[in-house]
Each structure stands twice: as C-alpha cells, then as structure tokens.
Write a protein that binds this ligand. Sequence first.
Ligand SMILES: [Zn+2]
Length: 226
Amino acid sequence: MIEARMASADSGFITRPLEAPGFSGYLAQGGHKRRDPLAPPVERESRVAVPMREIVCYECGKTCSIPAAALSASCSHCSAHLNTDNITVKPGTRHLRVRTLGDVRIPSSVELSGLDVICHHLHMAGRVNGTLRATGNVTLAGHATVSGKLVADELIVQRGAKVEMQSGISVEHADVHGAFSGRLYARDSVHIYPGGKLNGPCCTPYLQIDPGGRHIGARETPDSSL
Ligand SMILES: [Zn+2]
C-alpha cells in the first residue's frame, strides 16, 4: 500500500493519508460505541412507536393499553390473559362463556340458552337467552331474538332485520334501520331511519325519527331508567 502511495505521489497525484479523518481520535477515545465525529451523518434509527389501542379488561373492567396488533395480551391491572380472537359462535356449542377483545358473530343458525358473551363488536342474528355485552357496537340482523341482558356502546338494527329484545337493551346510541321490538334505553340518542320501526318504550334524551321511520310506544325520560 505504501509503495502504491509513493508511486502515485511520484506520478504527480496528491495523496492523502490512508487513515480516515478522526479515526485515531476515535480509537484514542477508546469506545467502539463512539461514532467517528467526522464520518458522514448516518440517519439515526428513529424509535418506531408501536401502535397501541385501549381496551377494557373483561376480567377486571379496567382500561389498559395493548399493542394494536397483539394476538393476545395480558391486563396490566389484574394480569389476566386476554384473548383477542374474533369468534363465531357455533350452533349447539357447549362453550357458552365467550370472552374476547375481538368481535363475536352469532349466526342465524344459533339457538342457545345460557350464552354469556363479552366482546368488542357483536354481530347477532341468532336466538339467544343469556347475557351479551359488547364494548363496541352490537349489530342486530335477521330475526335476532335476545332474552336476557344486552349491553353495548352502540346499537345498529340492520335494514330488513326484524329483531326482538325480550328484556330490552341499554346503549349509548342506537341507529334503527330495520324493525326492533322491545324496550330501548339510549343514554345519548336514538335515530330511526326511513323504513326503521321501533316498537316499544324508548328512553333517551334525543330521539330523531326520519320520514318513513316509526316509533310505536311510550317515550320516556332517561331518569326513569331501566
Ligand atoms: Zn384486568
């Protein structure tokens, strides 16, 4: 190498020391973790923020954050293992206790008694006796029938559905596109769309009925709650 440098110097080229600038300083500082201060800037690896989502633990009821893409998680409060699967309830299943942070689907072929569900969104078209709790939306479709308890954040009665709640439902907000029979308690509001029909007492501070929508039943104030 030295010979090569000499040769190039003889032929009129200006040679520079082979040593990288600052390299001796780098070594003198002794730390292989220290970066050569004269080296071209390397794009610093930015810390990638893992997308998180807030969930409500179905065991202790407290709110905690888990990575949005997590397939399973554990509660930071009670350490319970939390399932995040989306589950379809099968007709005749013996697994009547369903707990998931994911969504649950109850097809129209399902006819079960004693079903106990806690989930995020619930799509319900079956005939069920039990307790159904959704932290997200509950969509009622087909000829869904529920006797027992149904609690959700938002209720959507699908267009064309003809559903029956034998013991009422408690939600924040309800969008009624199809026919709903039963007592409806909505802390925020109820919207009956054209073709929507609410047959039963409606307890909400704000009821909007579009032309072509109907409400048959008593209108109650939220104070006389369920
Ligand atoms: Zn918990």
